[in-house]
Design a protein around this ligand. Structure first.
Ligand code: WT7
Length: 659
């Protein structure tokens, strides 16, 4: 931890309080502050028993013997128990009245609607599971999924978990290099993709990217291609198979594998502050227990709800709150293929009106975009079906919260601001909509069974409103188990800050700064390291820098974020060119942005590129991003520059800024 993180000053103070309406509270799973307080205090005294009770809500093939085994920093939950995630999301519902209930209502960008009842989704998943088996895919194998937002993505995930294959979903907006890196790191044996994904009226050629990626993915033996267009697609004999051919040939009879609770359910890559992306590993029993519980409680899910989460399947939100959490509860979910502003900026509102959506879960970055597009778009639509709103991904600024509350929720819908991470697997800090008093900008308090706190670097608790570090003091069921293939990095990334010592159990450090107000609400200030959050996506600056440096003209690069009204953060890249370069700088800027787009994906493209002859560095050669951050946010550097190697560099950067 660097010195600048020692104290975090928060300037946000919010006084408006919103309590749930009597009517909402009355019908909610948890109603009233008293009930929540009593559940929370009971759970805090004995979190393991609390989580055992939640685990009993799932269907187990064999009961667990030990609820939690904690051997710092590794945890196991429900040891000895056996279950299957796909079974819990499907099979147990089709033996009830839910068999004919809509599980998944999908709308394509072109307006096509496909609806799957639980029975129909079960049939598709069983066929897909058999198709995977027919290709020789076995329990324990890793299967890549690189798709857009189509039902087959959900079907593929559930088919993997059905046979005990571990899925590794790569966001469909990532480039072929990103696919290759993630497939190789996880040693995936197969990859499920699409010919094209549909985005803003255009085709994104996923299969072409896969062809490129597979030039350097020796472990992948089979590629399954889901057809989304009539465009001809070149298939490589022996390696590439059409999804529909395999499905049509497959039997619909498939028994869900009985898997140990700790069987790896999925790997999902997320950016770290340094080096390559981290393969976050989640397992079955604990993960499913917590996502099912939180989906039910935080979204107050009921059987007659239509639940719409706008996240992409390629992020943890898509895994936990499109697929596993809602389906484990037998919910009806709406899944939309395209962008919010296609063909016009009212697409989401149109969907809500058309499908009578009752619960809507999105990100602050999306809300800021809706605000920018204007109230007239939502005002055109009947949004009276909505009863609950949620957000996730970054701190929501009070202005956006109020807009969401007034314009979308029409002052009727509670807002759940949910704090969690890819690593936590599941929501950790959030209001419960029928019980919590909310304030714009705070995720309020840790959920029952979660022991989160804000502490100083020495581990002592922060005073009210004193900025500090957000830690989790007790293992939770959906906790990541490790970083795939790099347990040492797991230890260093999350357990180094507050390690186990004599008289100290060891705490998980979230990497976030936060403060706790006098009523116990937690206000997230942001990440304390160099990872930048752009449009709700966490990006490692190091990755973007190495992408820039891979361009033939670039010598060195440093990327920092500056606050941006819409995206949350905008990326500014400081780039030093190789000395022999004699290029048109304006063209080169575009070229570099496109280069990053190709290497990582379009969301990582720097918004601004500044050329400089040198970067501020410490004597040991570390780039001082803190100074660059100050420069781009305040226009000047006032912080400590004593460790700077060459002070002239800053002067030259300032001048460059004025040019
Ligand atoms: C980081 C995790 C969890 C799915 C989306 C992002 C920030 C997330 C909130 C929130 C303030 C938030 C944190 C966290 N974050 N939700 N409600 N309020 N900050 O997952 O990419 O793993 O990022 O996003 O900084 O550590 P992720």
């Amino acid at each position: 931890m660097k010195r600048e993180h020692d104290s975090i000053t928060s300037v946000m103070m919010e006084e408006r309080v919103f309590a749930p309406s009597v009517q909402f509270s009355k019908g909610a799973h948890v109603s009233g502050t008293k009930q929540l307080a009593s559940i929370t205090s009971r759970a805090a005294k004995d979190p393991v028993t609390f989580w055992e009770r939640q685990a009993s809500a799932l269907s187990w093939f064999a009961p667990w013997k030990t609820a939690m085994k904690w051997k710092y920093p590794h945890v196991q939950w429900f040891v000895g128990g056996r279950l299957n995630a796909s079974y819990n999301c499907l099979d147990r519902h089709i033996i009830s009245w839910r068999r004919t209930k809509a599980a998944l209502i999908w709308e394509g960008e072109d307006g096509t609607v496909r609806t799957f009842t639980y029975q129909q989704l079960h049939t598709e998943v069983c066929k897909c599971a058999n198709a995977l088996v027919s290709l020789g895919i076995q329990q324990g194998d890793v299967v890549g999924i690189y798709m857009g937002m189509v039902p087959e993505a959900v079907i593929s995930m559930l088919a993997c978990s059905r046979i005990g294959a571990t899925h590794n979903v790569v966001f469909g907006g990532f480039s072929s290099d990103a696919v290759a890196e993630r497939m190789n790191d996880s040693k995936a044996v197969a990859l499920i993709t699409q010919d094209v994904a549909q985005r803003r009226g255009e085709h994104v050629h996923l299969k072409l990217a896969v062809n490129e990626a597979l030039k350097s993915c020796p472990t992948i033996k089979n590629v399954i291609v889901c057809k989304r267009s009539d465009e001809p697609t070149k298939m490589k004999a022996g390696r590439d198979h059409w999804f529909h051919d395999l499905i049509n040939a497959a039997s619909h009879v498939s028994t869900a594998a009985s898997l140990p609770s700790e069987h790896p359910l999925f790997i999902l890559y997320t950016s770290g502050s340094t080096g390559k992306p981290k393969g976050i590993l989640h397992t079955t029993g604990g993960y499913l227990t917590q996502v099912a519980y939180t989906a039910r409680m935080v979204f107050d899910l009921k059987d007659d709800d239509v639940y719409f989460c706008t996240a992409d399947i390629g992020w943890i939100t898509g895994h936990s709150y499109i697929v596993y959490g809602p389906l484990a509860n037998g919910a009806t979910l709406l899944m939309y293929e395209g962008a919010p502003n296609w063909p016009e900026p009212d697409r989401f509102w149109r969907l809500i009106e058309k499908h009578r959506v009752s619960i809507f879960y999105t990100a602050p970055t999306a809300i800021r975009a809706f605000m920018k597009w204007g109230e007239s778009w939502p005002r055109k639509h009947d949004l009276t079906s909505l009863r609950l709103l949620g957000t996730v991904g970054e701190p929501i600024n009070p202005e956006a919260w109020m807009w969401y509350y007034n314009v979308i929720g029409q002052m009727r819908c509670p807002i759940v601001d949910t704090w969690w991470q890819t690593e936590t697997g599941s929501i950790m800090i959030s209001p419960l909509p029928g019980a919590s008093k909310t304030k714009p900008g705070t995720a309020t308090r840790p959920l029952p069974g979660i022991l989160a706190d804000v502490v100083r670097r020495d581990g002592t608790p922060c005073a009210a409103n004193e900025g500090g570090l957000l830690v989790i003091k007790h293992p939770w069921p959906a906790m990541l188990r490790t970083i795939y293939g790099d347990d040492e990095r797991y230890l260093n990334s999350y357990w180094k800050e507050f390690p186990k010592k004599r008289n100290h159990p060891g705490w998980y450090f979230t990497g976030d700064g936060a403060r706790k107000d006098e009523s116990g609400n937690i206000w997230i200030i942001g990440r304390v390291d160099d990872v930048v959050n752009v449009s709700g996506h966490r990006l490692g600056t190091a990755e973007i820098e190495s992408a820039l440096v891979s361009h033939r003209h670039v010598a060195e690069a440093a990327v920092v974020a500056r606050p941006d009204e819409i995206k949350g953060n905008a990326l500014v890249a400081f780039v030093t060119l190789k000395s022999n370069v004699n290029a048109d700088l304006q063209n080169l800027r575009e070229e570099l942005r496109n280069h990053v787009g190709k290497e990582i994906g379009h969301i990582a493209k720097p918004d601004e590129i500044r050329f400089t002859d040198a970067l501020p560095k410490t004597r040991s050669g570390k780039i001082m991003r803190r100074l660059l951050r100050e420069l781009v946010t305040r226009g000047d550097v006032t912080g400590d520059t004593t460790t700077l190697e060459d002070r002239g560099v800053l002067e030259r950067l300032r001048v460059a800024d004025e040019e």
